[in-house]
Design a protein around this ligand. Structure first.
Ligand code: FAD
Length: 478
């Protein structure tokens, strides 16, 4: 019989009880993977502490305009096949814009358009795009081509444990090239600076994100605020598969009860489950899980995180009609125009400037940071000189993402823990991916795959990515 606060299912239900803690993309992907494959075999309940699902891929309500604003603009790339697969299976692909060209703005040079060739085979399709970056000299482009080739010819195991900047210097990249090319791509893609970031992660970005397949570097931007895309639409689709999703439920503790687990919520409810998937961020894990169930858990929490800042700017007029642009040699790194195009001039024209690895930017006084960024925008987009800033907000999460250093890479745990019923998900587990929506979705599918395997129900595929071009297969080490 169930005790007070005990919410276990009736013993008559033959389905295996799966409890997922955390309703970010990792938890949602775990639920979707199981429910889609075996709807009749599992009773899946997901508990999320906040009022909406989506986790870090979420939005806040701006009280002045009444609009949902993403904490920080999220983009995926064409290589993010698990995230895109999830969106496609749940009928949401039409809610994503896809761009194959990027504009690069450097304060001292005319704008450059980066667009891979449609005719050359990967990885050569990138060469015209590289040549089009007008702020790089010929010598720098030659260095970069040599550096890329060396990186492609090295196996990732040979690069493990190394910091990217050290390797780049050893391989003939001068400081300006490291700052203006490698650093620009790396900080946007990995959210960490070149002097701290793992070289193996950098290789992954250039191989999987650019070189190996056509379309890999396409930039994919949601057409809706994240709270609508993930918190509402994706969540509704997953509920439609029979998953029970409960928001506003914080889990305080997970207890080992032999070959199953029990979960205690902040309100004192107890849920028993045959499988528990913990899909919370790495820094929230240690207090939840039974002692000894995950190795190095204290160390995971103690390693530094990487902050990302979003500067939300509402002008009284349009400053550029570009959907987005990369900014080089400035504090600003990316600018995004509101992607859902519902500018109502009474509410202002919304733009967001993103600064990843924003340790130094966030030390500036808020007003100084805004003034610096506005000055950079005025330099890049002359229309900004006429524009008045109506409203601004700076949002920085100091624990935005884990810092993808060699130390962190070395201790990322697998999804399976020491306890057969306890599984991990989250962008921080050992997926081989940086902290991204793609990494989160892969991790959720890995947890779902563990459960299927434990229940002898076969396998759940993690998509292995875009098919490499034939020349890429010859030139790039697997
Ligand atoms: C500022 C910023 C910018 C980013 N930009 C990009 C980008 O452009 N592209 C990209 O691909 N990725 C980006 N990311 C990374 C991306 O958001 C994450 O990798 C991804 O959303 C992580 O999903 P997750 O499910 O692993 O974790 P989370 O999204 O953190 O989800 C964990 C969930 O667990 C819940 N939770 C925690 N503790 C408990 C508890 N005790 N009980 C119940 N629930 C609990 C949390 O409320 C949360 O909803 C960005 C992240 C940030 C912060």
């Amino acid at each position: 019989m169930n005790g007070p606060g005990d919410t276990s299912e009736s013993v008559a239900d033959p389905r295996k009880r799966v409890l997922i803690i955390g309703g970010g993309l990792a938890g949602l992907a775990a639920a979707e993977g199981l429910a889609e494959q075996f709807p009749e075999r599992f009773a899946i309940r997901l508990l999320e502490a906040k009022r909406t699902t989506g986790g870090r891929a979420g939005s806040f309500m701006d009280t002045t305009t009444g609009a949902s604003v993403d904490y920080c603009q999220h983009v995926a790339m064409g290589c993010c096949t698990n995230f895109l697969g999830l969106m496609q299976r749940r009928g949401l692909s039409n809610q994503l814009h896809r761009y194959s060209q990027l504009q690069f703005y450097h304060p001292d040079f005319p704008v450059s358009t980066f667009g891979p060739s449609q005719w050359l085979p990967p990885p050569l399709h990138l060469m015209p795009a590289l040549s089009a970056l007008r702020y790089l000299s010929r010598t720098q482009r030659r260095q970069i081509r040599r550096g890329l080739f060396r990186l492609f010819r090295s196996r990732s195991e040979q690069l493990t444990g190394r910091i990217a900047e050290d390797w780049l210097r050893e391989h003939g990249q001068d400081p300006d090239t490291i700052r203006d090319f490698w650093g620009v791509i790396v900080v946007s893609a990995l959210g960490e600076s070149i002097d701290r970031v793992s070289l193996a992660a950098v290789r992954k970005v250039f191989v999987d994100g650019f070189a190996a397949a056509r379309g890999a570097s396409d930039v994919i931007v949601p057409k809706l605020p994240l709270v609508e895309l993930i918190g509402e639409k994706l969540t509704a689709e997953i509920r439609g598969l029979g998953v029970e999703i409960v928001t506003g439920q914080t889990v305080r503790q997970i207890i080992d009860s032999g070959n199953a687990g029990s979960v205690v919520t902040a309100g004192g409810e107890i849920h028993h489950a045959d499988h528990v998937v913990v899909a919370v961020p790495w820094h929230s894990l240690a207090n939840l899980i039974p002692q000894g169930s995950v190795a190095e858990v204290e160390r995971l929490t103690s390693l530094p995180s990487s902050p990302i800042s979003g500067l939300h700017l509402w002008f009284d007029r349009q400053i550029t009609d570009l959907p987005h642009a990369v900014m080089v040699g400035t504090v600003s790194q990316w600018i995004f125009r509101q992607p859902w195009g519902t500018e109502d001039s009474s509410k202002g024209f919304y733009y967001q400037v993103v600064i990843s690895a924003s340790q130094s930017a966030r030390c500036l006084p808020r007003q100084q940071l805004i003034e610096t960024v506005i000055g950079e925008l005025q330099h890049a987009f002359p229309a900004a000189k006429e524009a008045n800033l109506r409203q601004s907000k700076v949002v920085t999460d100091p624990q935005s993402i884990f810092s993808i250093s060699p130390e962190f890479e070395a201790i990322r745990p697998p999804s399976q823990t020491q306890l057969s019923w306890l599984h991990l998900a989250g962008d921080w587990i050992a997926t081989g991916w940086p902290a991204t929506m793609e990494g989160a979705v892969i991790s959720g599918r890995m947890a779902a795959a563990n459960i299927l395997e434990a229940e002898s129900l076969g396998n759940l595929e993690v998509d292995s990515g875009l098919r490499w071009g034939w020349l890429a297969r010859q030139l790039i080490q697997v």
